[in-house]
Every structure is written in C-alpha cells, then in structure tokens.
Design a protein around this ligand. Structure first.
Ligand code: IMP
Length: 202
C-alpha cells in the first residue's frame, strides 16, 4: 500500500505548468495537502529520458523529492495510435516541434496512419508520488477511443480535435471541458491518487 500523505503535508508539484499546478492544488485541498510548485522552489526540470509514461513521471517526481527533501508529485501523459505501434506516445509533445504547433503533430498522425482502417487510439496519464527516501507510488489512467480526420473543435489542447472517446461522437476538441474532465485519462489517474491519499496509512 502506498505511504499516505497526512493532512497538513507539504507536496511539491513537479510541473512548471501553472495550469496543472492549479488543477492539482484544487484536487488535493480537501485532503489538507499544501501544494507548492517546483518552479516556486527553483528546482530544475530533468530531461524526460524514460521509455514510458510511468518512467518519466517517476524520474521527475524522484528528482523533485530529492532536491526539495519533501514528497513530490509528477505527471506524464500522451496520445497513442494503434496503427503506429503506440506512437507518438511519450514523444507526443515533441511531434508538435519547437513552435508547439499541434496542427503539424495531428497532420503527421494522419499521414503516418495512411490508408490503414485501424483508427484505434488512446490517451494515457501517469502520476508518480515520490518521497525523499526514494519510495514511489504510481497511478495510471487511460481512455480508449478512435482518431478522426479532419480535426474537429477548438476546445482543449494538443491532440484533442482528432480524438473521439469510445461510445461518443464528439471529439475532445468539441466537448464541454467538464465532460472531458469527468472521465479523461488524467481524471482516472487522479481518482486513484486521491483514493490512495485518503486511505489509512501503512
Ligand atoms: P506532458 O504530460 O505535459 O509531457 O504532455 C504530453 C503531451 O501529450 C501534450 O503536449 C499533449 O500533446 C499530449 N496530451 C496529453 N494529454 C492530452 C489531452 O488531454 N489532450 C490532448 N493532448 C494531450
């Protein structure tokens, strides 16, 4: 069982993205967790060199926990396409290039799928909670669906306009944000983390 974060605990969020920090702080506030960002503490961002989402979340969380001497939480996420063997996967952000242009990344997905009829795709989010002594707990959320072309909708970010979750017809780019956030890969990983935080300690 994961080591419990006690009410009043200070937790480093190993992300330099202010949007993510706000979202995480709100989710953890009811559990009495006091979140502080890695940027506020002046911590460096390690390179994401692992081969999978869990590995990247672990290396970011361990680096922050070690440097700050506090428990730390990191996430890593991405978009995967069955016909591409799971690509872009851990390099989802890199496919958008230095200009972070996701129109380019989405067009590359479509070009590489080519004439294949297999349109299965999924989003994955990994969360890792690490302690300064090196203990870690990881949580994985996944949402399955299909990838469509052309892109539809202007909401969301990244690959949202070319992803339709299973059982739906709207892309994440067309959906109300609340609807996406209720069942997304990130929401699923967070639900597990929150359940683990609220559980009795070891
Ligand atoms: P990171 O987890 O911040 O490294 O982001 C990885 C990349 O995966 C993002 O830049 C997006 O391209 C993609 N991604 C992750 N989650 C989502 C999502 O919910 N919608 C669209 N794209 C996503």
């Amino acid at each position: 069982m994961a080591r419990r974060l006690l009410p009043g605990a200070r937790l480093v969020i190993a992300s330099h993205n202010p949007g993510k920090l706000r979202e995480i702080a709100v989710l953890l506030a009811p559990h009495g967790i006091d979140c502080v960002s890695a940027a506020t503490l002046g911590l460096a961002e390690p390179e994401e060199t692992a081969a999978d989402f869990v590995g990247n979340a672990r290396l970011k969380a361990l680096a922050a926990a070690g440097a700050a001497g506090l428990p730390a939480l990191a996430d890593d996420s991405g978009f995967s396409v069955a016909a591409l063997g799971g690509a872009p996967g851990v390099v989802s952000a890199r496919w958008a290039g230095p200009d972070k242009d996701f129109a380019v990344a989405m067009a590359r997905v479509q070009a590489e799928i080519g004439p294949s009829d297999d349109r299965r795709a999924w989003f994955t989010a990994a969360l890792c909670l690490a302690w300064p002594d090196g203990e870690t707990a990881t949580f994985l959320g996944r949402v399955e669906g299909t990838t469509v072309w052309p892109p539809r909708g202007t909401r969301g970010f990244g690959y949202d306009p070319i992803f339709v979750p299973l059982g739906g017809s709207a892309t994440y780019g067309e959906m109300e944000p609340a609807e996406k956030h209720a069942s997304s890969h990130r929401a699923r990983a967070f639900a597990q983390l929150v359940a683990a935080c609220g559980r009795a300690g070891r």
